[in-house]
Every structure is written in C-alpha cells, then in structure tokens.
Design a binder for this molecule. Structure first.
Ligand SMILES: Nc1ncnc2c1ncn2[C@@H]1O[C@H](COP(=O)(O)OP(=O)(O)O)[C@@H](O)[C@H]1O
Length: 190
C-alpha cells in the first residue's frame, strides 16, 4: 500500500498530474478542493461553510477539513492506497493525518512536490479562471491571498516531511508528460 501526498502551490498542476498518477499506481485520488467544490455545487451544509473561506482565497478551518478528509478515506476501505491532493495544507492537518493513518496501521509513504515559480503560476491561474468558473481564480488579489496562505501555513510542511525523510521535489515546469515522467521516477523508486 502506498500513500502519496501531492504537494505544491496553487496552480502547480497537482490535479492534472493526479489524473495520470491515480490510474498508473491504482490509487484513490482525494482532492480536498474538488470535494469542497462538489459540496458547494450541491449546496450542502459543508459547501455553504467552505464557500465563505474559499471565495476569499482563505483556507477552510482545520477541524472541518480534517473531518471531511477522514470520512472520505473511510468511504474507501478497500483502496490500494491514496493520492492526497491539496491535503494536508497545515501542520495541524499533517499531524492529524499521521495519527489517523497510524490508527489504521498505515502511514504516508512520500510527499512529492511540484515546484514552479510564483509569477508563472499566477499567470496560469488567471488563464484557468477564464474558463474554470472558479471565483478564486478570477481575481489577482484572491490569488495573491492564496499564495500568502501557502507561504504562511503550507510551506512549513516541507520541513515537516523532510524531517521524516519523506520529502521529494520535482520540477513542475514542462509538458504534462514530462512532469508525469519526473513524478513517476520518484514513485517507482520508493
Ligand atoms: N486542505 C485544505 N485545508 C483548507 N482549505 C482547503 C484545503 N484544500 C482546499 N481548501 C480550500 O479550497 C481552495 C481551493 O483548493 P484547490 O482546489 O486545492 O486549489 P489550488 O491548489 O489551485 O489553490 C483553497 O484555496 C481553500 O480555500
């Protein structure tokens, strides 16, 4: 069983790469962003709560996100492994995930980061915003706020996983296939 955290700044290509990796390694893909958006679309209680944070580019509170993620994992008891995309995003989430997996006699195998320059990513997101319909992609101020959230709350996770000897980084700039190839090399060597 392998459990991979796909790590990277907003727009780094996590969702795109996850689409390829989940099939290749037979993993259950859990994107917290996608799950929140699904709930917003269906106007659930969780969606209404998450929307107030997401629309501003703020993180959704940890308790809400952690609980949701755990229930998604529990919905897939026969999974051969998970690909976590957009989670964890804070140290509290990473600690909760470690504890939760430990209670199931599992752990995170590796965290793989997609690296890319902020200015390239902001342009990518603004481009995506033209067609995605995502309010958080359509306004440069909201995008900048997501980067601030990332730098303050998410970036420290690199150190967290590095201290566990589980952190790997690949260059996220290149064609989709090139980046998939780089990620696969890391995963194949785990
Ligand atoms: N693990 C998480 N913790 C808190 N909020 C989250 C988490 N995952 C997603 N979100 C919320 O959903 C938004 C969109 O997330 P995501 O789709 O992963 O987009 P991106 O990485 O492109 O910013 C985030 O800005 C945040 O508001």
């Amino acid at each position: 069983m392998i459990n991979i955290v796909l790590f990277g700044k907003p727009g780094a290509g996590k969702g795109t790469q996850a689409e390829f990796l989940k099939g290749k390694y037979n993993l259950t893909h859990l994107s917290t962003g996608d799950i929140f958006r699904f709930n917003i679309k269906n106007d659930t209680e969780l969606g209404q709560l998450a929307k107030t944070f997401m629309d501003k580019g703020d993180l959704v509170p940890d308790e809400v996100t952690i609980q949701m993620l755990q229930s998604e994992v529990d919905k897939n008891p026969h999974s051969a492994g998970f690909l976590f995309d957009g989670f964890p995003r804070t140290i509290a989430q990473a600690e909760a995930l470690d504890k939760f997996l430990e209670s199931k006699e599992q752990n995170i195998t590796a965290t793989v980061a997609l690296e890319a320059d902020d200015e390239i990513l902001v342009q990518r997101l603004l481009e995506r915003g033209k067609t995605s319909g995502r309010p958080d992609d359509q306004d440069e101020e909201k995008i900048r706020n997501r980067y601030q959230e990332y730098n303050e709350k998410t970036a420290p996770l690199m150190q967290y996983y590095n201290a566990q000897g589980k952190f790997y980084a690949v260059n996220g700039i290149g064609s989709i296939e090139e980046v998939t190839e780089r990620l696969s090399k890391v995963i194949d060597n785990l």
